[in-house]
Design a protein around this ligand. Structure first.
Ligand SMILES: Cc1cc2nc3c(=O)[nH]c(=O)nc-3n(C[C@H](O)[C@H](O)[C@H](O)COP(=O)(O)O)c2cc1C
Length: 324
């Protein structure tokens, strides 16, 4: 990348991050009905199955009829080249032109099988997969990764080798796999990575406030593509505020309530049984609660709700407290 080009001057391109179990098509379609700011979403990874079982049911999250509001890019987790290519064919048949390869997932069940960030310590195998799949792929390929699995530098060492391949871009969550989602991000090392690749980079990790975003922009002047996950679930007004270069965020609680209730209704109509519906809504509230005063105490009342009635009552009280 050419560091002399200051991309911070252009309007930032924003991705909604894939969060499996959270940013599925029901969430994405609802979110984009009420909030602007995201240009595109990477869909959570498609669970690797034996290729014979990739029916439309397994691909429900990326079916075009379930994704009318928001531009999405499907994501795959395979490290077996045949399965990788088979799934890419299915994705291309659905009309997509791009796919994202997950080399970042840190979950032990995934990383322990040499998938996601667990594949990063094996750079020769990554290159071998690319050598096999790229000549046969109809889709453009991008990669989402981390700074390494167990060691800073794993991705930095891989990046120059990726210059040989026609990747659309590389999204880097500025943490190590072994950190999971904890500990601090490392934008300085991300910056070093940007000097080691000809590919376009996308920054990801802990963008949760406008000030924090501005600081990152100053630190990474040649980056203009950003990915936001938890920060947008916590504050759905954040992406549009970033896009509009706003100085602060005004939370419209009435709009937030409409969005919340619509999301709840969408989950209620598609998920089977109160346990699933409550599970989803409680996950959203783990993040959304930051917008509410006395949030810790109030999150307890949401988490304690074991029936839809109790959940609805807790939500009612929360919104009433915010509007007083
Ligand atoms: C519950 C959860 C599920 C996630 N699922 C995926 C996934 O399917 N694919 C992926 O590439 N990253 C996944 N991630 C990582 C996020 O996309 C993102 O890289 C990470 O949360 C850091 O960005 P943020 O601080 O803006 O949330 C997941 C993260 C969380 C917390």
């Amino acid at each position: 990348m050419n560091p002399s080009v200051n991309k911070a001057q252009e309007s930032p391109y924003l991705y909604l991050a894939p969060l499996r179990g959270l940013t599925d098509h029901l969430f994405r379609e609802c979110f984009s009905t009420y909030f602007d700011g995201f240009d595109c979403a990477i869909a959570p990874f498609i669970n690797p199955q034996r290729h014979s079982s990739f029916s439309n049911k397994h691909l429900a999250d990326i079916l075009p009829e379930n994704n009318r509001n928001m531009l999405i890019i499907p994501q795959i987790l395979h490290t077996d080249s045949d399965d990788f290519l088979f799934l890419c064919e299915r994705i291309a048949d659905l009309g997509y032109t791009e796919v994202n390869w997950n080399l970042g997932c840190p979950m032990p069940m995934v990383a322990g099988k040499k998938r996601g960030s667990g594949f990063l310590p094996y750079p020769d195998e990554i290159i071998s997969v690319l050598d096999t799949v790229i000549p046969k792929m109809k889709l453009q390929l991008s990669i989402k990764t981390r700074l390494g699995y167990g060691r800073i530098g794993e991705t930095a060492e891989l990046l120059p080798r990726l210059d040989d391949y026609p990747l659309k871009e590389i999204i880097i969550h500025a943490r190590l796999g072994k950190q999971l989602y904890k500990g601090s991000t490392n934008p300085d090392h991300f910056n070093e990575c940007s000097n080691l690749t000809r590919h376009q980079l996308v920054y990801n990790g802990d963008i949760i406030t406008i000030d924090g975003f501005r600081q990152l922009q100053e630190k990474l002047p040649c980056i203009n593509r950003w990915m936001i996950g938890r920060g947008a679930i916590a504050n759905p007004f954040l992406p549009s505020a970033i896009k509009q270069c706003a100085d602060d965020i005004v939370v419209d609680f009435s709009l937030l309530r409409t969005y919340h209730d619509d999301l709840y209704a969408r989950y209620a109509s598609k998920l089977s049984g109160p346990a699933h519906i409550l599970g989803r809504m409680k996950q959203v509230w783990q993040y959304l609660i930051v917008l509410f005063p006395a949030s810790k105490k109030q999150l307890k009342s949401i988490n304690k709700a074991h029936s839809l009635e109790k959940f609805e009552k807790a939500v009612e009280e929360l919104f009433r407290s915010a509007q007083n």
